[in-house]
Design a binder for this molecule. Structure first.
Ligand code: G1P
Length: 264
């Protein structure tokens, strides 16, 4: 089935960037010439996504405004004959069909994804964490989508990390009994562990914010107890899903930057 929808959780507080994020959502902090979240949405569109579901919270309305028509601004630019900026502003509003859902309590990434259940419906869908920017020859999500088309399995985007960093990511447990494909880049997995220390990490392949998930994940999320940090972890639900349906990791070819932290 075609992947049409991408869910972007954007309800977090952005505390790591205070005071910059006191009134401005962290997703709108500029990276070069556009707000951070626009990169993920451009990647989604370039990958063939038709509909983006933003899971937002209070104080995040400016994100919707960024992707909406700004009639006053457009009128002024038109009056001034500033066609270049008029086109740029209009292109952002025309970029994609956007649906917004409010997450009233922030109970974790898994909970945020569960909020999108009704809007997604019963079809496979993508999840993109807009803190993770990935640049490369092909859009990272498109690589995951082609792995999905080839395997019909749920797909997690992964990259290699140093042992000292496993405790910052979901780490996949490769299933060595099954063959890899795409020159070793698509790897069947048995499960995934959220933020293990090096001694308990099942591999050095870390999940980075790109997923293609079977709609079965919603049933698993409904049954997932609060996990690490008391949150409903998407990782835990994917681990349970992997016990009943195939899940693969896709080692994407681009380079990832973490714009959720000042160092990134
Ligand atoms: C989340 C996920 C984690 C994943 C990471 C990628 O963690 O829970 O599995 O590896 O995103 O950026 P967070 O960074 O929100 O703590």
């Amino acid at each position: 089935m075609k992947i049409r929808t991408a869910v972007l959780p954007v309800a977090g507080w952005g505390t790591r960037f205070l005071p910059a994020t006191k009134a401005v959502p962290k997703e709108l902090l500029p990276i070069i010439d556009r707000p951070a979240i626009q990169y993920a949405i451009e990647e989604a569109v370039a990958s063939g996504i038709e509909r983006v579901i933003l899971v937002t919270s209070e104080h995040k309305r400016a994100i919707e405004d960024h992707f909406d028509i700004s009639s006053d601004l457009e009128a002024i630019l038109e009056q001034r004959g500033d066609i270049e900026h008029l086109r740029a502003v209009r292109a952002v509003a025309d970029m994609v069909h956007l649906v917004t859902i409010r997450q009233k309590e922030q109970l974790g990434l898994g909970h945020a994804v569960l909020m999108a259940q009704d809007a997604v419906g019963h079809e496979p869908f993508a999840v993109m964490l807009p803190d993770d920017l990935i640049f490369g020859p092909t859009p990272a999500l498109a690589e995951l989508m082609s792995a999905y088309a080839a395997t019909q399995a749920s797909v997690l985007g992964v990259m290699r990390v140093a042992p000292a960093d496993t405790n910052r990511y979901g780490i996949v447990d490769p299933d060595a009994t099954l063959p890899t494909s795409d020159e070793g880049r698509t790897i069947p997995i048995r499960g995934v562990v959220e933020k293990p220390d090096a001694a308990h990490a099942p591999s050095d392949l870390a999940v980075v914010g790109r997923y293609v998930l079977s709609p079965k994940i919603f049933e698993r999320l409904e049954q997932t107890p609060h996990g690490l940090n008391g949150e409903i972890q998407l990782t835990d639900a994917i681990h349970t899903l992997a016990q009943e349906q195939p899940v693969v990791a896709r080692h994407f070819s681009g380079t990832r930057y973490d714009v959720g932290s000042p160092e990134g």
